[in-house]
Design a protein around this ligand. Structure first.
Ligand code: FES
Ligand code: FES
Length: 214
């Protein structure tokens, strides 16, 4: 066992394959991250809010608080990186960085937005709510339903799933299965918790309606 732990003997073929795939996945992921960061440094201030004059400090409203953006931050930085790396709001996850998985979803002006796809400059003047700031009645009903139905597995995708579910219930208080599937289509779950997510949204919607909240 000790030799196995120290890598002096190799585990069985199945575990070896898994270890190999895990190594390949890590390499691909770090390459992807490097390319994404390189692209960011090449970009020239895309999407700068025209109301912000040269030399004006940028401000964001995150979870109800005004946040001044330091001068060292380029306006073209993806909002996701700012939230995670500068504000330490790591509940919002980075996965594909490419508008595919929805792990980075936050609420912006009440709508679900993938924060890897919007720049810091573009996010100015809008209300940004991350999972850390989700505390209204709809979010609380969803949290309770998520817990009651034991929705989360690894949990990685769940902050984004909750953001999309909140956005859905705000505009559609009694969604049917088709509404839920359409609203949640941008949020992938590698653990395939889709059925429980759907049930939890139904449950939260029913409880909110019973309490006459939505
Ligand atoms: S990390 Fe933003 S969509 Fe995947
Ligand atoms: S719970 Fe694991 S990715 Fe969704």
């Amino acid at each position: 066992m000790e030799l196995f732990r120290r890598g002096l003997i190799l585990p069985g073929p199945c575990l070896r394959d898994m270890a190999f795939m895990h190594r390949v996945h890590s390499i691909v992921r770090s390459l992807h991250l490097s390319v994404a960061r390189f692209g960011y440094y090449l970009r020239k201030k895309p999407g700068v809010d025209p109301s912000v004059g040269e030399g004006d400090a940028m401000h964001l409203n995150v979870n109800g608080k005004d946040v001044e953006v330091s001068e060292s931050i380029q306006p073209g930085m993806p909002l996701l990186w700012f939230l995670r790396d500068e504000l330490g709001l790591t509940g919002t996850k980075y996965a594909c960085g490419n508008d595919i998985c929805g792990a980075c979803t936050v609420l912006i002006n009440g709508r679900n937005v993938k924060s890897c796809q919007i720049t810091v400059a573009e996010a100015q003047g809008r209300d940004i709510i991350t999972i850390e700031g989700q505390d209204d009645t709809i979010a609380c009903a969803l949290f309770a339903a998520w817990k009651a139905l034991d929705v989360a597995q690894c949990g990685f995708c769940q902050p984004g799933q909750i953001a999309s579910a909140v956005a859905l219930l705000r505009v559609s208080p009694a969604p049917d299965d088709a509404d839920i599937d359409a609203a949640m289509i941008g949020n992938l779950c590698r653990c395939a918790t889709y059925q429980r997510i759907r049930q939890a949204i139904h449950r939260a919607a029913a409880e909110l309606q019973q309490a006459d909240v939505i």
